[in-house]
Design a protein around this ligand. Structure first.
Ligand SMILES: Nc1ncnc2c1ncn2[C@@H]1O[C@H](COP(=O)(O)OP(=O)(O)O)[C@@H](O)[C@H]1O
Ligand SMILES: [Mg+2]
Length: 302
């Protein structure tokens, strides 16, 4: 097959691993820096240009769109979709996953347990809201990543001043979520790597200091962990609800069972180093099995 990986380039570990596995299985792979792609909308056929030339035909694309390029990256993915090219992750699913509010709405509707979440822009109701959620409370930007934009407030006073600051410097209208604090799992969470409806690797992340955030980008530590059946099920269900066949599902262990925190559309492959599991190979296998199917359900329009 001819496969294109849309990413930030070959230097990226995840990209390198995907190329390795795809080539090992006899595929022709090209890494395309989607940031350098451009789109033409003035022809009969939707085209993607790269380095001044029209891109040739591919059987499949694997988007690895970074968080700070979601809009442009998804526009490029959409252009491939318009050409009828099969994509491992649809532009719609990636866009949904990048908005924590939209994701929480989808997960709740699908019956996937997650922390109690409230969203409001009315500052006069904050006291009542905080009474409902309890303290401490988590406040987070709907579009934050890597643990940035997540605040833990111990008191109503702290919560109010954090919210005020967020509202004030929130020029692009990002929604702000108020969330119950899952103290039982403070500083730890679980990453389940899901491919094609199966958990292919899982790890527990732990913050190194007393930070409540366990993100590896914040200096968190990862170790291999075996998931319970319930955790596996909720991870698979969350990925499915989001329409993501390749997903990193973040789960917190709480006294009322596993709660899904978020579903990542371009999960990092650092989990391979932590767990010794190969996650690139199942992705290429997934692409092989699905991209070649005619009239695949996964083919997405606009
Ligand atoms: N409701 C919560 N209760 C306890 N810890 C939380 C909660 N929400 C987030 N955290 C901690 O903060 C980290 C970052 O939050 P998350 O919502 O995943 O945002 P990001 O997209 O920035 O990673 C999580 O990995 C977790 O360790
Ligand atoms: Mg996270």
């Amino acid at each position: 097959m001819k496969i294109a990986i849309l990413s930030n380039g070959n230097a990226n570990y995840s990209t390198k691993r995907l190329v390795e596995e795809a080539e090992a299985r006899g595929h022709e792979v090209k890494v395309i820096k989607y940031k350098n792609c451009y789109i033409s909308l003035d022809e009969k056929h939707p085209e993607v240009f790269y380095k001044g030339k029209k891109l040739g035909k591919y059987d499949a694309i694997i988007p690895r769109i970074s968080n700070n390029m979601t809009r442009y990256g998804c526009a490029i993915v959409r252009q491939f979709e318009m050409q009828g090219i099969w994509t491992a992750s649809s532009s719609i699913a990636i866009t949904r996953a990048r908005d924590k509010l939209r994701a929480a709405q989808i997960l709740t509707k699908a019956g996937v347990d997650s922390p109690k979440t409230f969203v409001s822009r009315n500052t006069t109701d904050i006291d009542a809201l905080l009474d409902q959620i309890g303290l401490p409370v988590i406040i987070k930007l709907a579009t934050g990543t890597h643990g940035n934009g997540v605040v833990l407030a111990d008191t109503k006073k702290a919560a109010k001043s954090a919210l005020q600051a967020f509202y004030l410097y929130n020029e692009d209208g990002t929604n702000i979520l108020l969330q119950e604090y899952i103290k039982e799992s403070a500083g730890t969470d679980i990453r389940a790597f899901v491919v094609g409806g199966k958990v292919v690797a899982s790890m527990q992340r732990q913050s190194l200091d007393d930070d409540f955030r366990s993100n590896l980008h914040k200096g968190g530590n990862g170790k291999s962990i075996k998931l319970t059946d319930e955790e596996k099920k909720i991870a698979i269900r969350a990925a499915k609800a989001m329409g993501l066949h390749i997903a990193g599902v973040d789960i917190m262990r709480s006294t009322r069972g596993p709660l899904v925190l978020e579903v990542n559309a371009s999960p990092g492959f650092g989990i391979e180093r932590v767990t010794g599991r190969n996650v690139a190979a199942p992705i290429i296998e997934y692409v092989e099995h699905n991209a070649t199917r005619k009239n695949s359900k996964d083919r997405v329009g606009a």
